[in-house]
Ligand binder design. Structure first.
Ligand code: MRU
Length: 379
């Protein structure tokens, strides 16, 4: 195993997708990303040689999803350090690239701290850059391990709540190996059920406006050989009404101290539907997504994205068009204003359980979360 590789041995299933890797090249180190804007039509790599390129990749969702954003942020700091850019300035740019997923700032700060600690000791800049890179790689490995543990805990929870298998699970957005050092978060649980022959069907919300479900989750489900069906987000209600959803499994971008869950816009309506229809609504996320410093849902900053993502169908910004440019098919009259929050917040009382690598919180309470997710020696 090369030292940038991550052990996915605990993650069976199809050949893992390398959504991000560090490469030493003759002209200097680079961060290579699988460009998620182009999936599933094209598997194209995007090579970042500096932090502004990586920030652009983050803002335009070439690299996305909470755990992967954390890794990208950490490797971004390592890249700045290795290439001799101002590390603190680069860390600020990266940490602010997108506001909602707490993992981004978490990854950035970890690598920045490793760099600073090294610099304040005996290390020179080259050794401090190596320390930042080692921290990014550690985070990458931790994410793979966390993913395997979440899959275990999540499957045990499903088996407890819904004995007998044959699950029809509904998911939203994309939470698989594309966003993780391992098999992902909610999708890792779906994968574990599939491996055990317990998955009857995965219902995949298309996830308007950027179609992470249709483009990415369907791509991952197909690669894994799962029985899956794609639906428009607004078809979910009738699916619940006809009794065809046994549980909802989603990821999270930030979980506040009271258990409020920020995740891809459209998650909250699913939680309301799930409660009305007495269906478990399960959130799967690593402990690094739990932000005990954010007291409640109202304190979570929800990213607002450009209107053209709504007025133009299937409009992720692609590189040659430039960030923020409209690239989809216009579907609304010219000049139409759009409301486009990237996330919504589900209150804890609508969440049946939160699954982390440390175990399960159910019912979801602030005390339960703090007990499971407080870093050692704190809170
Ligand atoms: O805007 P995105 O695509 O970065 O949003 C991603 C999500 O909302 C995911 O559900 C979340 O990050 C959990 S990923 C394991």
């Amino acid at each position: 195993m090369a030292d940038h590789d991550v052990d996915r041995a605990e993650s069976p299933g199809p050949a893992a997708v390398d959504s991000l890797r560090w490469e030493e090249r003759p002209e200097g180190p680079v961060l290579v990303l699988l460009d998620q804007r182009r999936l599933p039509a094209q598997e194209v790599e995007l090579v970042c040689t500096d932090v502004p390129a990586l920030v652009d990749a983050i803002r335009t969702l070439a690299v996305r999803g909470a755990p992967l954003l954390g890794m990208a942020g950490a490797y971004g700091v390592a890249l700045a350090a290795a290439r001799g850019f101002d590390v603190d300035e680069s860390a600020e740019l990266l940490a602010r690239a997108r506001p909602t997923a707490v993992n981004l700032a978490y990854g950035v700060r970890r690598a920045q701290r490793a760099y600073r600690d090294a610099m304040s000791g005996e290390a020179d800049a080259r050794q401090a850059a190596a320390a930042a890179l080692a921290e990014a790689r550690a985070l990458h490995r931790e994410d793979a391990r966390a993913s395997a543990s979440m899959a275990r805990h999540g499957l045990a929870l499903l088996e407890e709540l819904l004995p007998g298998g044959g699950y029809r699970l509904l998911t939203h957005c994309n939470t698989g190996g594309l966003v993780s050092g391992g098999r992902g978060t909610a999708f890792a649980v779906v994968g574990a059920a599939h491996d055990k022959g317990e998955l009857r069907r995965l219902w995949v919300d298309e996830t308007r406006p950027l179609l992470q479900g249709a483009r990415l989750t369907a791509y991952e489900a197909a690669r894994a050989g799962m029985a899956y069906t794609l639906l428009t987000d607004n078809a979910a209600g009738s699916l619940f009404a006809s009794g065809e959803v046994d549980a909802v499994l989603i990821g999270a971008d930030r979980i506040a101290a009271d258990g409020s869950v920020a995740n891809k816009v459209g998650s909250y309506p699913l939680a309301v539907l799930a409660r009305y229809h007495h269906v478990p609504f399960i959130v799967v996320a690593p402990a690094s997504t739990v932000d005990l410093a954010t007291p409640d849902g109202a304190a979570i900053e929800v990213e607002q994205r450009p209107g053209h993502e709504v007025t133009d169908f299937a409009a992720p910004a692609i590189p040659e068009a430039g960030a923020g440019a409209a690239t989809g098919v216009p579907v609304a009259p010219l000049g139409t204003q759009a409301y486009n929050p990237a996330f919504d917040v589900t209150p804890p009382e609508l969440v049946t359980a939160i699954v982390t690598e440390n175990g399960v919180v159910s019912p979801v309470t602030g005390a339960g979360l703090a007990e499971l997710c407080a870093p050692p020696g704190r809170g």
